[in-house]
Design a protein around this ligand. Structure first.
Ligand SMILES: [Mg+2]
Length: 209
């Protein structure tokens, strides 16, 4: 199959519907190409500049992890933070379950790409334990600082710009990273800084189909 047929949408064509491919059942690895000599390459970069190693960024809640059993939303649809903090206990964290993209996270790591977790959680030991017992390894874990109350969008822009600069890039866009997140505001924010962010809700649904 021609690799261009599965090329992820970019730029102005890249909207919230995120029609990565037309098949109902979404295959995560279809956005990578396999070269028998060079291994797995990410197809998002231009053909001339394909790199063997890609940065793939994963949000946690609603993307890789189903933590809905300990979430409550207010009447306006926003997360009830008081409820979240009251239920953000080790026991309840360990009762979370995995979404289909968790398998993709393992596959990306196994294929030798860089896995970056970028979450609005203020990480505590139980969060890391949950990732470890579920064999969800990562190269970097970017998270909210305790007490920080900035919006998820502004937090993730700041964390990712700083991370990619620390990796030697001039800015996040230069890393040609791809990302999965379920928060529409975050998706828009990531697209605005040049990170191709897929709607994790849609991707998980397609993968489960
Ligand atoms: Mg999320």
């Amino acid at each position: 199959m021609d690799w261009r047929s599965h090329r992820p949408p970019i730029g102005a064509d890249f909207d919230r519907s995120h029609n990565i491919c037309q098949e109902k059942k979404f295959s995560f690895m279809s956005i990578f190409s396999v070269d028998t000599r060079a291994g797995i390459r990410y197809k998002g970069a231009s053909r001339q500049k394909e790199t063997k190693m890609a940065y793939v960024i994963f949000d946690l809640d609603g993307t890789v992890i189903d933590s809905s059993h300990r979430q409550a939303t207010k009447a306006d649809g926003s997360l009830d933070l008081d409820h979240w903090f009251a239920n953000n206990t080790a026991d309840k964290i360990m009762a979370d379950s995995l979404l289909p993209l968790a398998d993709s996270m393992r596959a990306v790591m196994a294929a030798g790409h860089k896995v970056v977790v970028c979450t609005a959680r203020a990480i505590q030991p139980a969060d890391k334990l949950f990732l470890a017992v579920n064999r969800l390894a990562y190269d970097a874990l970017l998270h909210r600082e305790i007490g920080n109350m900035e919006s998820d969008s502004s937090l993730k822009i700041r964390l990712l710009e700083a991370y990619f600069i620390s990796e030697g890039f001039n800015c996040a866009a230069d890393a040609k990273a791809i990302m999965f997140d379920d928060n529409l505001k975050v998706i828009d924010a990531m697209l605005s800084i040049g990170i191709k962010c897929y709607n994790a809700t849609h991707v998980n649904k397609r993968m489960a189909a």
